[in-house]
Design a protein around this ligand. Structure first.
Ligand SMILES: NC(=O)c1ccc[n+]([C@@H]2O[C@H](COP(=O)([O-])OP(=O)(O)OC[C@H]3O[C@@H](n4cnc5c(N)ncnc54)[C@H](OP(=O)(O)O)[C@@H]3O)[C@@H](O)[C@H]2O)c1
Length: 406
């Protein structure tokens, strides 16, 4: 089953979109005692989402040759990248804005999410979703506005939605695959702190780490979109939190704004020595976004029965010799220190998204979370150079394109 089909089937509680929007409004504005419970109920009373490893990784279908239909300016993937993305890996085409068939709507994409996983999706290596097919539009999460609909009752023109919209100006997709956005917050938050990919991922990984008072949690990629939320959640749960990031500016932000207990600039500090200095008792939990040398070093610093949330390995995404980079030389430390190491993918856990929002939304509304976003107001043709900024550490927070006005 194609991933898109799986998502469609999950969203097939047709009233879900309106019900969830109403419930989110209640949570955000009226805040009655039962609002969060009702919201979670709405998400969980539907059929279980398709997010099992089996359906998402689709062993029988390695490549999605269908892609996301759409129009306007569209960015098609035409070559498997080697190293960083190049403009020649893509082709920009301009096509008419489609008419929606029965059950479909056309969405004008406004914010296009730019994620480290784009490099994985563009490759044909084994991965957690089918690779993007050559000649199809580059896959991307989007937040946009419905501009044409086949069913105004279910999805009115003018509704703001989040969707797999692709790196293109307009997406033509089944109404059932459109998700409500959280209103009464900046629209961009639906790509950052209140999205499945960022806020939910940070929440899931923090739950795997289980930080608590008296314990030390280390977060790599700590100044990034996921890492910065995870670090703040761990602080709120009472742990001592050490953030690892590249460069003085990012480290100063972690220290002065996020008030982390210690920071390490992996580009200029001696990571090994600095970990010994800041974590003299060792590390109880490690939220890993980068893999590679950082992971190798951390494995030697973990305390017995420590927890590692394996969220990402961005240090290896653009390396064609990935198998050598990804060999974990200190794998035996998992045994020596009796560690629990869990890889996780956010889309497998959308059934818990309501619970995550129940924790994140009140913190956002109370101004208790610092949210860094990096919005580039450029066209889809700029996607290759913008996404490369992630692998060079040139983004400051959740990276996205703004390709149309709100
Ligand atoms: N498991 C899931 O479901 C899931 C969901 C979302 C994201 N992720 C993963 O989470 C990680 C963070 O994603 P994000 O969207 O929040 O991106 P991000 O952290 O906002 O941006 C990526 C950051 O990675 C760092 N980086 C790049 N190359 C590096 C290298 N060679 N060594 C060390 N750090 C490097 C850079 O920060 P510095 O300037 O500090 O180097 C860069 O700013 C990625 O690995 C991503 O694949 C996983």
């Amino acid at each position: 089953m194609a991933a898109a089909t799986a998502m469609r089937e999950y969203a097939q509680g047709q009233g879900l979109v309106e019900e969830l929007t109403a419930a989110m409004k209640t949570v955000l504005i009226e805040k009655p005692a039962n609002a969060k419970a009702r919201f979670v109920e709405l998400l969980t009373e539907k059929d279980a989402p398709p997010g099992t490893a089996d359906t998402w990784s689709e062993p029988g279908k390695a490549v999605d040759d269908v892609g996301i239909p759409g129009g306007g300016k569209r960015l098609l993937l035409v070559a498997r990248p080697q190293g960083d993305f190049k403009d020649s890996d893509f082709k920009v085409v301009e096509e008419p804005i489609p008419e929606p068939a029965a059950g479909q709507a056309v969405v004008q994409n406004i914010y296009v999410s730019v994620d480290p996983t784009h490099r994985i999706w563009a490759s044909d290596k084994p991965q957690y979703m089918p690779a993007v097919g050559l000649g199809t539009v580059m896959r991307a999460g989007c937040v946009g506005k419905v501009v044409k609909t086949s069913d105004p009752e279910k999805m009115a023109v003018g509704t703001y939605v989040s969707l797999f919209g692709g790196v293109q100006e307009y997406a033509c997709v089944p109404i059932a695959t459109l998700n409500p956005v959280v209103s009464d917050v900046p629209l961009t938050y639906n790509h950052s702190v209140l999205s499945v990919v960022i806020g939910h991922t940070a929440w899931l990984g923090t739950n795997i780490c289980k930080p608590k008072a008296g314990e030390t949690m280390v977060v790599s990629g700590a100044a990034g979109a996921v890492g910065s939320i995870a670090a703040q959640l761990a602080k709120k749960r009472g742990a001592k939190v050490i953030g690892i990031a590249g460069g003085a500016t990012k480290c100063a932000w972690l220290r002065d704004e996020l008030c982390l207990d210690g920071v390490i600039d992996y580009k200029s500090d001696d990571l090994d020595a600095k970990l010994d200095e800041l974590c003299p008792e060792g590390v109880d939990c490690f939220f890993d976004n980068v893999g590679g040398v950082t992971l190798e070093t951390l494995l030697t610093k973990m305390r017995n029965f420590g927890r590692v949330a394996f969220c990402g390995a961005i240090s290896a995404y653009t390396d064609e010799n990935e198998p050598t980079v990804m060999n974990v030389k200190n794998y035996q430390m998992i045994l020596m220190r009796r560690l629990t190491v869990q890889g996780f993918i956010c889309v497998d856990h959308v059934d818990q998204f309501g619970t995550a929002l129940g924790e994140l939304i009140p913190m956002v509304m109370a101004g208790e979370l610092k949210i860094n976003e990096d919005v580039r107001e450029v066209g889809v043709e700029n996607f290759p150079s913008v996404v490369n900024d992630l692998y060079a550490g040139k983004n400051t927070g959740k990276l996205m394109l703004k390709i149309n006005p709100e």
